[in-house]
Design a protein around this ligand. Structure first.
Ligand SMILES: [Zn+2]
Length: 295
């Protein structure tokens, strides 16, 4: 699981999205390897797939003549040269706050600077295509339009509602996919590590396991969520890609990545039940439409 956008109201995004991609454990390894294979093709073996950083505009690239025709090594060298010069300039001007911010941004994007913006877009598309082919993968997400969220009516925060929804739907999925016989399905949540969220979700999960959620008892999700370093766990990076794609679709109408990953939304018949857009009545987005489709 991973989230996109801020859960604060109003915050700097209109939507908060919490998304989880469900992978059966016996498929985990091959899913992981299929993502690594794409990264390797783009010279990113062992690197993190961080969608938002990959898709940013890298200004330096547009300032380098004939950037597209340079080798990967030359591209790296030229971008680093411009970046170092810019950092030196900021230091000289004693713009310490900007300096620290820019230095951090540069560190986040450094692995990808040898790729043009088109190549970076294609990289994320290629990964999303792999995900869309995971017939066993199920996407769960709660996408909250904060303009339509009333915390006092909901009796909980944006973040709590999102988590409770995902937990409830995942539990129901585990129950409904039992194949009969004595064998039961069990699941485990793996979440990108973040100290504030870790404490909150751990406490919520303990309560759900004791008292159930508003919607269901929790018997199939074992343990409190495991919090991992996303740089080391590519399945969490896939959740990051999914939450990013959902939010960009709802906020900016970007369909490219959304169309690829939405094929994995958990459905019963034709009705999407795993992904919900929490918003005002009459929304005509693809999530809302497929949520209402008859099964
Ligand atoms: Zn909608």
């Amino acid at each position: 699981m991973d989230e996109s956008g801020t859960s604060e109201i109003p915050g700097n995004s209109s939507h908060f999205v919490l998304a989880g991609i469900c992978i059966p454990i016996w498929r985990w390894r091959s899913a992981d390897q299929s993502v690594s294979a794409v990264l390797e093709r783009y010279g990113l073996a062992g690197q993190e797939l961080h969608t938002a950083w990959i898709l940013r505009a890298y200004l330096e690239q547009s300032r380098i003549r004939d950037f597209v025709h340079l080798s990967w090594d030359a591209r790296r060298r030229e971008v680093e040269r411009l970046r170092n010069a810019y950092l030196l300039h900021l230091q000289k001007e004693q713009q310490n706050k900007t300096y620290r911010q820019i230095k951090k941004n540069f560190a986040h994007t450094r692995p990808y600077i040898h790729l043009t913006v088109d190549e970076r877009r294609q990289l994320v598309r290629d990964v999303a295509d792999r995900v869309s082919n995971w017939g066993y993968g199920r996407l769960f997400a709660e996408c909250i339009d904060k303009i339509h969220f009333d915390p006092s009516r909901a009796g909980q925060s944006v973040d709590e509602q999102a988590f409770e929804q995902i937990v409830s739907r995942f539990e129901q999925y585990l129950v409904n996919t039992d194949e009969g016989g004595p064998q039961r399905n069990f699941g485990l949540l793996v979440h990108d590590n973040n100290e504030t969220i870790a404490r909150k979700h751990t406490n919520l999960m303990r309560r759900f396991q004791r008292e159930g959620t508003l919607w269901t008892r929790i018997e199939r999700i074992i343990e409190t969520p495991l919090f991992v370093d996303s740089t080391l766990t590519s399945m969490v990076q896939i959740a990051d890609l999914c939450s990013y794609a959902l939010r960009r679709y709802l906020e900016n109408g970007e369909t490219d990545l959304f169309g690829r990953i939405f094929t994995r939304a958990h459905r019963i018949g034709n009705t999407v039940v795993g992904v919900r857009h929490f918003t005002g009545a009459g929304c005509g987005c693809e999530i809302c439409l497929s949520h209402r489709a008859p099964p």
